[in-house]
Design a protein around this ligand. Structure first.
Ligand SMILES: CC(C)(COP(=O)(O)OP(=O)(O)OC[C@H]1O[C@@H](n2cnc3c(N)ncnc32)[C@H](O)[C@@H]1OP(=O)(O)O)[C@@H](O)C(=O)NCCC(=O)NCCS
Length: 288
């Protein structure tokens, strides 16, 4: 490699995203960590999405899964697919003590996932990606942090997936599309080339988006929707072709979003407050 190419490569790597290397070497993809040793990680959120993330991380031999963290006290000490719920987010303060190198926020709600991921990053916690080995990812696709790429997905050339994006089972994202922060692309979605899906949008199962379309922030696209044209911010579309069923004034919606996340304690305050739960051994428990 000549020097020019090398320095361009270094610059590209120092970008805010991790460069993806090797289409057929997906075990190595998108882990924001030292690849030479096993990293101990926790999964935040022990619900359905947490189970999906656990399954993917188990297939990636660079991680040791220490346990789940969940704010639901009734889940404490329970096992989810053989991995124990070891505490809530207050455990974050003890990561260093237990040599935990990172976390992944596995919460389906786009805004909540994004908020926790941001809080954790501000506390200096590394966020890792969960990329299924059966996913096919172009060499030059760029992938942020806290990203989930589920089984059978196809991420094509020059695609950008920003932080906290979920690309769910079997979805296809075609060339040069940009999927912004905290978007959820549901199973079986097909996105053509040059599409932009803006922050926190939810693209329902089996939806199709044709080339060049822009989907606004926080849009909800119903299951099976076929989107042929741009969709305005904060609206809901359903059907074939897509029709608008709801749209909201942005100030109203901003208030609504603030209200929906207002009762979420900032992770920082969880970390600094006295720990309410009895300290738990950080054992993964029996594997199922
Ligand atoms: C669109 C959706 C979010 C509901 O949104 P909503 O604003 O609450 O919509 P409503 O249920 O009030 O329905 C409004 C209208 O849209 C229709 N509608 C709702 N979802 C639809 C869909 N997917 N396709 C076609 N029409 C749909 C309803 O029949 C109703 O029609 P009407 O006004 O003629 O009676 C939901 O139906 C949906 O499709 N969710 C996706 C679920 C999914 O993908 N899950 C995967 C998780 S991994």
């Amino acid at each position: 490699m000549d020097t020019g190419v090398k320095s361009r490569f270094a610059l590209f790597k120092s970008d805010f995203m991790i460069r993806i290397t090797g289409v057929n070497n997906n075990y190595d993809h998108g882990v924001n960590c030292d690849r030479t040793r096993i990293m101990k990680v926790v999964i935040i959120g022990a619900g359905g999405h947490g189970r999906v993330v656990l399954d993917i991380l188990r297939k990636n031999h660079q991680f040791e899964i220490v346990g789940f963290l969940d704010s639901n006290p009734s889940l404490l000490h329970s096992f989810v697919d053989g991995v124990q719920v070891i505490g809530d987010l207050s455990m974050v303060s003890r990561f260093r003590q237990h040599d935990i190198g990172g976390a992944i926020v596995a919460i389906g709600d786009n805004k909540v996932r994004d908020k926790y991921a941001t809080d954790l990053e501000n506390l200096g916690i590394s966020l890792v990606n969960a990329i299924h080995p059966s996913a096919t990812i172009a060499d030059n696709a760029r992938i942020g942090k806290n990203v989930v790429i589920a089984s059978g997905t196809n991420i094509c050339t020059h695609v950008i997936l920003e932080d906290s994006v979920i690309c769910n089972t079997g979805c296809i994202i075609d060339h040069e599309s940009v999927i912004r922060r905290a978007v959820h692309i549901c199973p079986g979605v097909k996105i053509a080339g040059h599409v932009t899906v803006n922050e926190a949008a939810f693209i329902g199962i089996g939806a199709t988006i044709i080339q060049g379309v822009t989907i606004g922030e926080s849009v909800v696209a119903g299951a099976g929707t076929v989107i042929l044209e741009d969709v305005p911010t904060f609206s809901t579309v359903v059907g074939v072709p897509a029709r608008l069923t709801k749209t909201s004034h942005i100030p109203d919606l901003n208030q609504k979003i603030q209200a929906s996340t207002a009762d979420l304690e900032p992770v920082r305050s969880l970390v600094t407050r006295p720990v309410r739960i009895r300290p738990q051994p950080l054992a993964s428990g029996p594997k199922s």
